[in-house]
Design a protein around this ligand. Sequence first.
Ligand SMILES: *Cc1c(COP(=O)(O)O)cnc(C)c1O
Length: 382
Amino acid sequence: MNTKIWLSSPHMSGHEEIFVKEAFDTNWIAPLGPHVDGLEQDLQTFTGNSHAAALSSGTAALHLALILLNVKPGDLVICQSFTFSASANPIVYQGAIPVFVDSEKDTWNMDPIYTEQAIEDCIRKGKKPAAIIVVHLYGMPAKMKAFKDLSERYDIPLVEDAAEALGAHIDGKMCGSYGKLSILSFNGNKIITTSGGGALLSSDEALIKKARFLATQARDQAPHYQHSEIGYNYRMSNVVAAIGRGQMMVINERVNQRRSNFERYLKYFTEVNNRGFRIDLLLEPDGFFANRWLTTITVEPEKNKGITRETIRVALEKDNIESRPLWKPMHLQPVFANSPFYGNGTSEHLFETGLCLPSGSNLTEVDFARIFKELDKVFEGV
Ligand SMILES: *Cc1c(COP(=O)(O)O)cnc(C)c1O
């Protein structure tokens, strides 16, 4: 069996070990420490956002975002349906109710028109939503101008889930700087990783200060342990932050590598399409810059001689190459079966026809030769 080609595997630069060694040499094997401060600084500089708190995960960051926005039991929170479950779960941690909204076709992210319908409907029924969670899926920015406008017009705070989008931007304004609160993830398969970790960002210093307080067990100022609020253990450790600092040294390279993967697939499928197929890749709208965390395709069997995304997935699997269907929308998940949904089936159709291809920044020439060889068999076999 050939070695496995992963969808997206960690890609260390060599700098990480130097930072980690420093943590060991100084015995900063603790939550907090100089690397945590350093990583926060790096994230602020890179995203252009003014304040950041390094945390244990992106999910923890989303949970704290909702706590800081005072989301309470019974509140309604609007959330992109086409996403990973971690975008929506923290709504339920707070006892609030997710209201899911479908995608639009240009970016695959939340549709501003259905979002407005959802907001209006919630208000009509007597409850203005407490927050809006928008996601930049697969590293493609959502239509943030429209969401900023909705957020201001209805006075509902925007939470930006940029877990998949570090390095993406619209007209130079970086993902991670759009929300009242924005979150990042450094989980093992993201564009950079700390093995596990995340961050919360905001231009409001008071919110980030409060986040750091809540993330370290909400300890009041006193010589003894005194608490007047419920706290969490959500802070990033100094050792983990050391890995993050090494990764931030190569973030621009990682974005370029992922984007060049996309260009390679685009060239390959353009040639395939010239032979009578129609495999679609998501292109960037004007001014949008995707980090191309994952390259994704959609495959309509009617336009591809009966080939489905499963045909391709199974063919790749034969040579130990990982690919994966697109995220199953939250409104179709059994656990969210009773949640309201606004949309027209766009994300459902993407789920049915879409596939994520191997997209790691560490893919080699040999890896690509194997991938294209298996794909050739699919398109030559019909
Ligand atoms: C990965 C991811 C998260 C969660 O981040 P973790 O660090 O794994 O907790 C949230 N939202 C999206 C869209 C993600 O892809």
